[in-house]
Design a protein around this ligand. Structure first.
Ligand code: GLN
Length: 263
């Protein structure tokens, strides 16, 4: 994000006004107290804190979500995962969908919003993240989303669903990228996953099949260099029709596969 845009967000927050107000009053002097509030926010930003954590919110899929340092900040590229999931959830059927490692609830809530008939379950290992996700569900009037605590497929307890989606951690644990920018402030467990970044994905792919109904899909976000590895993992675990989709930057970003319908 560029610094002008960041400053504008911080100013809207400090002054508690909307963008239209800001432009209408661009030349008006501000009260000392307002200026001071803005300065404090700018200091935090200069210290590296992500704008989303300073504001306590982030836009995702036309929703305004509360985010805290207990949750990853939703990224625009994750909207690709939402789109691919929606293609697999008919609007007129009570399809059962699970979002593993929901964080702020971004994916689960977007799916619930677009598919009122779907039965959406959101899981997370972190109780703090689940509290944030539940709060977001309430604020958005999406109370029908269910929540369960636990690691990856563990909270599914033998249940079978039609679609499993996840944006798990997928960065290599010693990647220098983790020590830069916003990532320094985000929960490490939501970002990094073992030596090759694939530990969580391996776990999910190994267990998801047992929790999918006939022909059900698994869709996973991953790093832009991990497409081939994830497709291979899917193939090794017996998934069919596996594919990788590219994000708006043209990078491999989401892979998926379906369980055979004769299983
Ligand atoms: N896409 C994020 C990033 O690279 C990482 C999110 C994740 O690990 N799931 O900044």
């Amino acid at each position: 994000m560029d610094s002008r845009v960041d400053a504008e967000w911080l100013m809207l927050h400090a002054f508690d006004v909307d963008r239209a107000w800001l432009f209408a009053h661009a030349l008006s002097p501000v009260a000392a107290e307002q200026a001071q509030r803005f300065d404090i926010l700018v200091e935090r930003r200069v210290g590296g804190e992500p704008v989303a954590y300073i504001l306590g919110r982030k836009g995702f899929w036309s929703m305004d979500l509360q985010v805290t340092p207990a949750t990853l900040i939703p990224r625009p590229e994750t909207e690709l995962l939402v789109e691919l999931a929606l293609e697999r959830i008919p609007a007129d059927m009570p399809v059962a969908v699970v979002d593993l490692g929901t964080g702020s609830g971004a994916i689960a809530l977007a799916l619930a919003k677009e598919r009122p008939r779907a039965r959406v379950l959101a899981t997370d290992r972190s109780a703090n993240a689940l509290d944030i996700a539940r709060g977001n569900a309430q604020r958005l009037g999406l109370e029908r989303v269910a929540f369960a605590q636990g690691s990856w497929c563990a909270p599914l307890h033998g249940q079978r669903v039609d679609l499993i989606v996840s944006n798990p951690p997928y960065i290599e644990h010693d990647d220098v990228y983790l020590a830069r920018g916003d990532l320094r402030f985000e929960p490490r467990d939501a970002l990094a996953s073992g030596v090759d970044g694939l530990e969580a994905i391996r776990d999910i792919v190994a267990h998801a099949g047992a929790h999918l109904s006939d022909g059900g899909w698994l869709l996973l976000e991953h790093g832009w260099k991990q497409g081939a590895s994830v497709r291979l993992l899917l193939e090794e675990s017996g998934f069919i029709d596996f594919f990788t989709a590219r994000d708006l930057e043209g990078r491999e970003r989401v892979s998926g596969g379906r369980v055979r319908s004769d299983q």
